[in-house]
Design a protein around this ligand. Sequence first.
Ligand code: LP5
Ligand code: MN
Length: 246
Amino acid sequence: MSADAFTLIVSDLHLAPAQPVLTQRFVRFCREIAPTASALYVLGDLFDFWIGDDTLDDPLHREVCGALKSVADTGVAVHFMVGNRDFLADGDFATASGARLIDDPTVVDLHGTPTLLMHGDSLCTDDHAYMAFRAQVRNPKVQAQFLSLPVAVRWQQVGATRDASEREKQAKTMDIMDVAPAAVEDVLRANGYPRLIHGHTHRPAVHEHVVDGHRCERWVIADWRADLAEALRIDARGVSRLPLPL
Ligand code: LP5
Ligand code: MN
């Protein structure tokens, strides 16, 4: 790899038919920017909802997977980690998009620095209602049962779940919905005090955690909105925010 190689990381794009401008931006990102990187990581919630790989023919899904595949076809290593909206993305999605599915969490060496990649939702351990919900929907038996339902019924259930989630979020404090400092420290300790990069909270920032005397950076990636979108750019000098053209 050349000395000026760099990696791009995006998260929380929440692509959906109702927001075509975001999909257009993603397609442009895949055409003009991502092919210049050595690797691309998508850290979850690429889609607002993913109800199963049997919906790959959906026009939005086809367009997004095709855009990712075109990046992979240029020789860029494309990696995908699921988020709390698209955790049902699986092998057929990976084949269609040319992406390698990676676990949450995953530690990678990014241009000389060990870096822990996560979606971020598993760090919100003070949000007990979400943790209980997460345990339920990440259960393979629950997922198999959901995937056996007709597509229209799955969309209905997702709509009802989203409505319930939006209602419950109104009653939660911002602190509860953020990552829990103790969970961050635990995961940094368990992984040898790496740099941490995650999304999910939609609160872009860079934090410093001192854990057992080790200083660890924690970069939080921004979600994509109509008026703002970014990728993190990582090279041997460190991490920077790359604003993406509108
Ligand atoms: O996503 P975000 O950031 O808005 O909120 C999350 C947490 N909410 C969720 C739910 C999703 O947003 C919507 C559902 C996605 C479905 C994926 C498709 C496949 C389903 C497959 C099933 C096998 O993740 C939110 C957190 C917030 O992050 C911050 O961290 O607070 O958590 C909640 O709001 C959860 C609620 O507190 C508890 C769960 C309520 C749902 C009850 C379901 C009732 C309806 C069932 C109908 C069949
Ligand atoms: Mn999320």
